[in-house]
Design a protein around this ligand. Structure first.
Ligand SMILES: Cc1ncc(COP(=O)(O)O)c(CNCCCC(=O)O)c1O
Length: 442
């Protein structure tokens, strides 16, 4: 796909979804179960940077990136070239059978960027949930303890363990049988709703865990520095450092789940750096390979080395084509200074969202960092979530060629995950469509 073929502009030529999308959607209903939910039934044929082109030829602005995966844009040239080259060389040997250099290179890059002193080592897998599963497994092996501490509003995946770690039971765990044991959920820091300082919120979290779990039984605390599915909740200043200090004092492994917030999205390579915390383990996925499946468990060597040979791995973990793409992602972040682009987006788009907040009293908060921003929508004058308004605004935007996504325990947030290459023109176009949407749904 040549970049020139897809102009970076919103262009609609049919209603949304168009006739061909509707036709494919009917076919899909006959062969794909409804449990695989499609939020926006528009079928995409091509994409580049921040624009996706559907099967009817409509050009839509993608402000979701497949939930934070195409962080450096769709079909980034360097990622495509690297994946194409690797595809023609070797696509699979199983790293634990016959190794290959791209895996090692990705592990070197993750070690080099890990925000902590000392030596870091990496296990590569395929998905975010696998990263969380392995992070917990490695922490349990290191400590010999069973307990896993998680926070309210958290999301960590759809496997049995990770869906048990999520705050929301529905739709992720409900009706799917037993939940995993030894998981302890504590209150998080949610400044808009709890009004607590970081220290006060941390004291509440720690007291809860000491009473319900017992620090000496906890293998790890798993936190998203900015809670993703929870609605891009930014903890109060001081909260995460206080939790990290408590973990250190009690031999609890501090795991930063950077699956959604990591890989330059917030303006730092890892969001945890925004809070000055050096995690014991960092989990990456989503944006790490520019759209190809890859996840990483990057931990302090003394923790990672506790597993015996063969204790870690899996058939596709660290696939060579995904690794080649990931190397290109790291190189592009550096070459294109995408950390600065994230800060540009925070400024340009954040200002636009704050203007909307001044115009519409249903917008209770604008929050986030870099290209990970969200607005919380409440009944005017209250902090009561208004999920219906969120759905109406997202539906309006979709019909006008802007792909948005909700978030939050009650569906109370609209989250924005633009690619770090999204131009100011497109960002301002999104703001103008949001203004129309809030006006039309008032
Ligand atoms: C922080 C955080 N940890 C872990 C995960 C899980 O990552 P997987 O790659 O989806 O397994 C996520 C995935 N979030 C999007 C889920 C989309 C869906 O399943 O409908 C996350 O955000």
């Amino acid at each position: 796909m040549l970049e020139a073929e897809i102009t970076q502009e919103r262009k609609l030529i049919t209603e949304i979804p168009g006739p061909r999308s509707q036709e494919i959607h009917e076919r899909r209903k006959r062969v794909v179960p409804p449990g695989v939910h499609t939020v926006f039934p528009v079928y995409i044929e091509r994409a580049h940077d921040s624009i996706v082109v559907d099967v009817d030829g409509n050009q839509l602005i993608d402000v979701c990136g497949g939930i934070g995966v195409t962080t450096i844009g769709h079909t980034d040239e360097a990622v495509v070239a690297a994946a194409r080259e690797q595809l023609g060389k070797v696509t699979h040997t199983l790293f634990t059978m016959n190794a290959y250099e791209p895996y090692v290179r990705v592990a070197e890059l993750l070690a080099a960027h890990a925000p902590g002193d000392g030596e870091y080592k990496t296990l590569l897998m395929n998905s975010g949930a696998e990263a969380v599963e392995n992070g917990v497994k490695i922490a349990r092996k290191h400590t010999g303890r069973p307990g896993v501490a998680v926070l309210e509003h958290a999301y960590h995946g759809r496997t049995m363990l990770t869906s048990s770690m999520n705050h929301k039971a529905s739709p992720y765990a409900l009706g799917y049988g037993p939940r995993a044991g030894d998981i302890y959920r504590a209150p998080n820091s949610h400044p808009l709703h709890d009004g607590l300082s970081g220290e006060e919120a941390a004291k509440r979290t720690i007291n809860h865990l000491e009473k319900t779990a017992g620090a000496s039984d906890l293998a790890c605390l798993v936190v998203e520095p900015v809670q993703g599915e929870g609605g891009f909740i930014v903890p109060a200043e001081g909260y995460l450092p206080a939790l990290a200090a408590w973990c250190k004092e009690n031999g609890i492994v501090f795991i930063a789940d950077e699956v959604q917030a990591g890989m330059a999205r917030t303006g730092k390579m890892f969001a945890i750096e925004q809070f000055g915390v050096q995690p014991d383990i960092i989990l990456t996925a989503k944006g790490i390979a520019g759209g190809l499946p890859l996840s990483g468990i990057t931990g302090r060597a003394e923790i990672m080395d506790k597993s015996i040979p063969g204790g870690l791995g899996g058939t596709f973990g660290g696939n060579p084509v995904s690794c080649a793409a990931a190397v290109a992602v790291f190189e592009q972040i550096e070459k294109l200074d995408l950390l600065s682009e994230a800060k540009r987006i925070e400024q340009t788009f954040g200002d636009g969202l704050r203007q909307l907040k001044a115009e519409f009293d249903c917008i209770a908060e604008v929050r986030g960092f870099g290209a990970m921003l969200a607005i919380e929508i409440t009944k005017p004058g209250t902090l009561e979530p208004d999920a219906d308004r969120v759905s109406a605004v997202i539906d309006f935007a979709g019909k006008h060629g802007v792909i948005l996504l909700s978030a939050g325990l009650y569906g109370e947030a609209i989250r924005f995950l633009p690619s770090l290459k999204m131009t100011d023109e497109l960002l301002l176009d999104v703001v103008s469509v949001l203004r129309e949407a809030f006006t039309a749904t008032a």
